[in-house]
Ligand binder design. Sequence first.
Ligand code: GLY
Ligand code: MN
Ligand code: MN
Length: 466
Amino acid sequence: MTTVDTIIAGKYPAKSHARRVAESLRPHYQGTTGVIYLEAQKTRLIEDNDEPVPFRQRRPFFYLSGCLLPDASLIYDIGSDKLTLFIPPIDPEDVIWSGLPLSATEALKLYDVDDVLDTTKVNSTLASIASAHGGKAIAFAMADQVSDGTEFSGYAEADFSSLKSSIDQSRVVKDAYEIALLRKANDISAKAHIAAIKASKSATNEREIEGAFISACIANGAREQSYHPIVACGENGATLHYPKNDAELTDPVTKQRKSNVLIDAGGEYRTYCADITRAIPLGGRFAAETRQIYKIVLQMQTECIEMLKEGVQWEDVHALAHRIAIKGLLELGILRGSEDELFAKRISVAFFPHGLGHYLGMDTHDTGGNPNYEDKDSMFKYLRVRGRLPAGSVITVEPGIYFCRFIIEPFVKSPELSKYIDTNVLEKYWSVGGVRIEDNIHVTKDGYENLTTAPKVIEEVESLAL
Ligand code: GLY
Ligand code: MN
Ligand code: MN
């Protein structure tokens, strides 16, 4: 077994996550003690239908249990350091359809918890913990994730507002087990990206490439996608989260095959996400303009990744990406002026309008980034992470350069800014659409580890696509 498989063959470290969250809650129960109560996602039926809504486990519950069952709950008694998982009792009506559910004995072997009871015991357990702490404990729960009938009587207070932010912050720094899960999601997704590139050779429509990606994920153990794949050929690549994936790869007017496809896709492995973007040539060779843009974006990404280590200011890394974009676009003649003036006027935002990256974990856009979407500075407004990166965080580095008429035209029409863009040169680049290159990076004390192994060197991508 590889190291990753050896690590994830063990138990998900639910207990240490519970302790970490309890530590972060300490200011709210200082001088006394508390319990944490969380519920799994409920089984829900599709409206007017007897089929279940596709199941997605609630992340806070998974973080403190490692359990993927619906309709379960957990209690962590901070004072006695005891984590109890509650699983639904057998419903004989359901066994014929879904098979026997997990037993308490099996669950105890599978999960890093101290006890497993059935969900009918939640209220009596809450009450006995409250009484053991003499009515002084505080109960922490999430306001919108407590079923009717759950009783917090006997507690000094039921705090429904502190737990979410404590869990969100605790999730930023990953442990070795979580890094292994993220690596596994990345390894599977790298195989799927290669399958998608190979499928592009004979594909006639974006959807065939999407199908190849999803098929390879499922075949390799990632049944869920981190998010809907984005497969965007030609100018569709200029739409950051292009949702359609249904365009023909041949232009209906010119009958020419589009020059490139942007694929932003990642598989999810036991709730942990990969988020990877590649731009690939159709026909095995990048068109000249796409290749020029690809080189700039790759340089943006390489230099930004090189900057990463504990404590780096994320805004500085994002600003470096803009400076490299400006230099590259100046060299191509798309931009005019001095690098400093273009930076000060935020002209590169016309071509690189989104943030450099976001935390990654159980959510693709993971918790704890403290964005400021009200920022008046257009360069930083969409940055999903603000501040210094801690060791143990995992962040995406995903610079891009896009030729989106909707975004660029206001710059071109602005009396103040139009002088910075040479529209004659720009004309040649609309067909590039967009190039984004996205990897998932584990920030360490002295540097970083790149978890993403999907190919991105031009020659390697070209030879796979040929
Ligand atoms: N795939 C979504 C993103 O990169 O943020
Ligand atoms: Mn991303
Ligand atoms: Mn992405």
